[in-house]
Each structure stands twice: as structure tokens, then as C-alpha cells.
Design a protein around this ligand. Sequence first.
Ligand SMILES: Cc1cc2nc3c(=O)[nH]c(=O)nc-3n(C[C@H](O)[C@H](O)[C@H](O)COP(=O)(O)OP(=O)(O)OC[C@H]3O[C@@H](n4cnc5c(N)ncnc54)[C@H](O)[C@@H]3O)c2cc1C
Length: 486
Amino acid sequence: MTTAQPPVVVIVGGGITGLSAAYYLLRTAREAAIPLRALVIERDERLGGKIRTDIIGQQRQFIIEGGPDAFLAQKPWASDLARDLGLGDELLPINVRKPATSVLVHGKPIPLPEGLRLITPAKWLPFLLSPVLSPWGKAHMLLDLALPARNVQGDESLAAFVRARLGDEALDRLAEPLMSGIYNGDPAEQSMLATFPQFRATERQYGSIIRGTRAMQKKAPANDSSNSSSNSPFLTLRGGMGTLVDALTAALDGNILSGRRVQRITPNAGQPAGYQVQLDDGTALDADAVILATQAFVAADLLSEWQPALAAKLRRIPYLSTGTMSLAFHPADIRRPFAGFGLVIPQSEHRHLNAITVTSEKFTHRAPEGDVLLRVFFGGFRNPDLVEKPDAELLALVRQELRSLMGITALPRFARIYRWRDASPQYHVGHLDLVREIERLAPPRLLLCGCAYGGVGIPDCLRQAKNAAARIFAQVRDTVMVSPAS
Ligand SMILES: Cc1cc2nc3c(=O)[nH]c(=O)nc-3n(C[C@H](O)[C@H](O)[C@H](O)COP(=O)(O)OP(=O)(O)OC[C@H]3O[C@@H](n4cnc5c(N)ncnc54)[C@H](O)[C@@H]3O)c2cc1C
């Protein structure tokens, strides 16, 4: 007598989405006492995708993040996973500074006014006194209080929304660097409904986003994140975001194949609802179900042979390239520090950099005492070509910018460059409809998830991974339940 084999789920992509999907799938199967095999296949030897933490130095250590350095605390999925993996004590809020951020206006860093909630002032006096916007720009923003809610059906761009409610200057100096900066994208193309739906909902409910934000703030004073460090809107892990990847990797011991690229996924002729996963070394794996947690254009390539319509939709999600550079300095080298630990740079300033973070101020323990660790951001829709510049040229450009913006003429103690080619998915107007179409076209037992679809932040990637694991488990469980021992 032989017993039916446990179902096999192949997860393509060993970024945070793929790793956590495998983790949740195996955990659910274990809890339900149902045998199941999950295998993550990652193209690179290194796991984690865009999460990359490097340690530089021996006694005096710098913790360098090449990609994400923190996550939104309000969305529970990342802190939940950290606790599940035994990392609860490693969770730390980012430091609270008032102000946290400055914005470059006509070449000068100006602190954002206290009480600004992205683009809406929640406190009048600091807003009215702030030089971030001209008197005309402020007057235009205040028109939002008088304008009725617009009757916009469907999606619109971030630029169209902000221009209509708050004016051009608010778009240029606040919305573009703060809200499009997250996506490295063009506000004229960025989908309002996929990236900041809460502003559209506020407009509809209150008729004004300033009035709505203030009303919601009054209802929930405990959410005022500027009050104490325990209320910080962002959390990180003491040893860097890579800690999460390391813990997941340890939990998935024996369920990961790295350094192998998936080349093709086709229906498995031998099974009614299975797939064959073709690897670059010629191996073909049978899978009962597949979770695709790669870039959307990679998923398109893997499926294009037999799913041309789905592949065509997947290719409609565009990607941009970005980069970061971390540099260490002596505090005395910083002749003109800006207020807060972040400087955002509007596109209209025509700079090579998009933003600067003083990492050693934003976090405790990321740089040795007496050192300043900076991180600069470049590329994206403004300067995509910068990412391809050779290291020496890039460093020269960054030093030129740091000299002009912060008065730094000294050589950095070190500079570490990270290039993220075709790595930032763009949520263009209509993105939600496109994702719905992709979901509708996906064949049974094949799910797509990750930063290309339902949110780019780490908590949103984890939410998608958890949902994908639950859905795939429900689908393959039935095969186990009905497979008789023969
Ligand atoms: C510079 C930067 C800063 C960021 N900062 C933050 C932040 O502070 N907070 C935050 O929440 N988010 C941040 N993000 C976004 C966040 O890091 C990403 O959205 C998230 O890590 C994406 O995870 P993922 O697993 O969906 O995709 P990825 O990390 O891209 O993983 C996809 C994986 O698929 C693999 N793959 C591709 N093709 C194949 C193939 N054919 N076969 C096998 N494997 C394949 C790739 O090698 C990769 O490892 C940042 C992103 C960047 C680039």
C-alpha cells in the first residue's frame, strides 16, 4: 500500500514576499496537521531581494541598509511576523525629532512645519509662519477649505488631485518629494487610488482634506505620532532589516533553493491541476501549486508561452531603477547640517539627489559613537541614468551635492553603493483595475503577489504573502483530503 505524496508548492522569488509566503504556508499546514512541501526558488545566492543589510567594520560597526530601513508601524503585518519569529525584543521605533524632515526650497533646506500630515496642515500657526511655501502657495492650499468635494469617478493621478485641492506649489514642494518619493515615480502618472486612497476618501467625506485631517486628528489624539518615541510611526529591527530575512531563512531550513533561476512555468501534462517549473540548470520540478513573488515582468516571461493575455497585463506594470549610497563622515565634516534627519529634494530643484537621510540620527546604534552615517537616494523617474554611472563618477556627483547642500568637503571614510535596477514597480493611474484583471486571468493554483501588486511597503508585501499562503493552502488541502491511500 502506498500513500499519496504530500502536495508541493513552489514559490518563485526569495524576497521578503516569497520567503514569508513559504513560512505562512508551512505554518498553516503544520497547524492543520496536513503534510505539505514548500520550496522557495531564488535566482541570487543571497536571499531577501531588496532587503539587504551589511555590517561594515569590526569593533566600530556601521549597520548599512541598501534597501528598506524601517516599516510603517500602523500596518501590523511586519511587527507580527517579527514577533512570530522571536524578534519581538529586536523591534525598535525610529528616533523622534522635531522636525523630522526638511525640504529643499530654492537651494536651502527648510524644516517642514510642525503638524504637517504629509500635505495637510494640522496646526495653523506653524504652517502660516513656515517659509516652505510662499504666501500665495499657502493661500492656494487654504482654498481646499472652501472648494466643494469634486465628483471624480474612478482613478486620477496624484498630481491632478493635489493640484485641484491644494495648488501647484503644494504639489511641487510637498506632494512630489514626500508622496511620489516613496515610489520614485512621476506624480503625473501615479495612481491616487492605489497609493493614497485615504485622501480621496477624506475629500468625499469631509469636502476638504484639510478639514478632514483635522477632524480625524481630534477624534484620535492618541495617534499623534510626534509625541513620544513609543508612538513613532516607523519601526525597525535593532540589527537592521536583514534580521527578518535571516530569521525567515532559518525557519525555512531545507525549503530554499538559492542561486537558481526559474526559466519557465507550464501546465504539467501528467497532472490535472499541476505545473512544471523549469530551472536554468535544466531541472524540471513538478508542483501542485505555484506562488510567483518576482517582479511582474519576470512573471510575464515565465508564463508568456501559454498565458499570453496574462503576460501582456503583467508587462503593463512599469519599473524604474534607483540607487542608494551610504557614506560615513566625522561630525566636524558636516558644516551645514539641516534640521531633522531627512532632507527631501523636489524635482524642481534640479538636483542629482532625491533625498538624504542622516541614518545615525534616525536610528540609534547604526553608526559608532562619534561618526555620522548618511544615506543618499538617486535615480527613479527623475534621473534613471544615474544608476548606470560608474562608481567613481557617482561618488563624485554625490560629493558635489553634499558639498553644496551640507557644506561637506571631506572625503567620506567609506562609501557603499547599492543599485536597484528595474526594481521599483510603478502604480500608474488604473493600477487597481489592472491588478484585478491580473487576478482574474491567473490560472487556478497560481498566485501572484508582492510589491508589484498590492502595496510596496514591507507590511503590505507580508499581508499579500499571508493571503496568498492561505488561499493556496485552501486549494491544495482539498487534494490531500480527497487523495485516498491506494
Ligand atoms: C532603496 C529602497 C528603499 C526602500 N525602503 C523601504 C522602507 O523603508 N520601508 C518599506 O516598507 N519598504 C521599502 N522599500 C520597498 C520594499 O523594500 C520592497 O517593496 C520589498 O522589499 C519587495 O519585496 P518582494 O519580495 O515583493 O520583492 P523583491 O525584494 O524584489 O524580491 C523578488 C525576488 O525574486 C527574485 N527573482 C527574480 N526573478 C527570478 C527568477 N526567474 N527565478 C527565481 N527568483 C527570481 C529576485 O532575485 C528577488 O530576490 C524600499 C525599496 C527600495 C529599493
